[in-house]
Design a protein around this ligand. Structure first.
Ligand code: NIG
Ligand code: ZN
Length: 405
């Protein structure tokens, strides 16, 4: 017995092809059993073997496209407070660094998160996950990093874990105690605290998978970042790096050196950095929404794509980049970084899954993949970036369960 058959799909995006970023099948169908894709192909072939009338559920997707659920591999989606006034300050010329130096930016969110109780934080995160799911995201990475002390960092990671249990969207937890330096504290002293107190406590509770660091001019140096990532690895946390966002200081090379799963931002990376990433198998995660919001130049996706790097994109959803939508990230990737819609979809699915070390087939709709399916009310995946500013997502299944629409 088949759990679900989606048939008459105008265009099914199955995953990367041998010679193309995204292989598609026209007039397609997909059959699902036990949360997994069990058959995919043209409608006649699939429905002969898995008749819609005999399935537990069937969906006629005539005129619509079906895509793998989006994987958003870089967010700071757990926060409290409101920083919309900083949006205006930045429009009047204030820089991100100036806001942080004045105790604004991340440090303002830290104040709000420290005083918020666990249930409030959970409600905040769940409401953001709802919006992400409405926009087709079925897996998201969420970082801590607005606590900057052991107690609050642990509280954030507990909330991230509870949200993962309660919400249909899969939530991947990343520890980011080294997101900023608490006000009035010496940076080296704070790195000592992250290394000696926060990381062991996080590891003991087993509540994070990755350890990330803001390797940036005026925040954590390469040396300080290396200490954090080394300590994380000693405690079983896989490294990720915020690299070359505001200036070039060597975060990309550090990511390559420690064998990070991903290096993220890369607005100021050089060609040598790109070679180092590719040689080390580090996934480059580009965050076009951040460049858009900062009014900065976009990352150079071409130089990465030209050497065959598995470019991923993410929303970077946070109070400084308030977008939940991977569709909007795709529009920006196309218009701002000249990626093709097929490259942008691949970057939002299979490559984004690689940025989270997810098992093979995640982010595809091939046989054996998790049945994370998104139906868009348009005839092709190309319409997702093309129709910017609207949400085309109509229906979403997560692990074969209908969770949206
Ligand atoms: N740049 C560092 N961290 C976040 C921003 C967090 C914030 O401003 O609250 C980022 O990746 O964009
Ligand atoms: Zn970030």
């Amino acid at each position: 017995m088949t759990d679900l058959v989606v048939y008459d799909i105008a265009e099914l995006a199955v995953g990367p092809g041998t010679d193309e970023p995204m292989e598609t099948i026209g007039n397609a169908a997909v059959a699902v059993d036990d949360g997994e894709v069990v058959a995919v192909g043209d409608t006649d072939g699939v429905t002969d073997e898995h008749p819609p009338s005999a399935a537990d559920a069937a969906y006629d997707a005539a005129g619509q496209a079906v895509l793998p659920g989006f994987v958003d591999p870089h967010t700071h989606a757990l926060f409290a407070g409101d920083r919309s006034d900083e949006f205006e300050a930045k429009l009047r010329g204030k820089t991100y660094q100036e806001l942080l130096a004045e105790g604004g930016g991340i440090l303002r969110t830290v104040e709000a998160v420290r005083t918020a109780d666990e249930d409030t934080l959970l409600a905040n995160l769940r409401s953001h996950l709802d919006v992400m799911l409405e926009h087709g995201t079925t897996t998201v990475e969420v970082k801590s990093g607005y606590g900057l002390d052991t107690e609050t960092e642990l509280r954030m990671l507990r909330v991230i874990g509870r949200a993962d249990e309660q919400h249909p969207v899969d939530v991947v937890p990343t520890f980011m105690g080294a997101h900023a330096v608490p006000q009035g504290m010496d940076t080296d002293d704070y790195v000592d605290e992250v290394v000696e107190e926060q990381i062991p406590a996080v590891a003991e509770q087993g509540i994070a998978e990755f350890c990330d660091v803001f390797c940036e001019e005026g925040v954590f140096s390469v040396e300080q970042s290396r200490r954090v990532l080394d300590a994380g690895m000693e405690h079983g946390l896989t490294p990720k790096v915020h690299a070359e966002e505001l200036a070039h200081i060597g975060g990309t090379e550090l990511a390559a050196e420690v064998g990070a799963t991903s290096a993220d931002h890369l607005l100021h990376s050089t060609e040598e950095d790109v070679d180092a990433l590719v040689d080390a198998g580090v996934v480059p995660v580009l965050l076009p929404g951040t460049a858009f919001g900062l009014g900065a130049e976009y990352a150079d996706a071409d130089v990465l794509l030209d050497v065959g790097a598995p470019v991923a994109i993410a929303t970077d959803f946070n109070p400084n980049c308030h977008s939940h939508s991977m569709g909007f990230a795709q529009s920006l990737a196309c218009v701002g970084m000249r990626m093709t819609p097929a490259e942008a979809l691949r970057a939002s699915t299979v490559n984004a899954a690689a940025a989270l070390d997810l098992p093979a087939r995640h982010g595809t709709l091939r046989e054996g993949a998790p049945a994370d399916l998104v139906v868009v009310d348009a005839p092709s995946f190309r319409h997702v970036p093309y129709q910017y500013g609207v949400n085309l997502v109509e229906t979403v299944w997560k692990d074969g369960e209908r969770v949206q629409g």
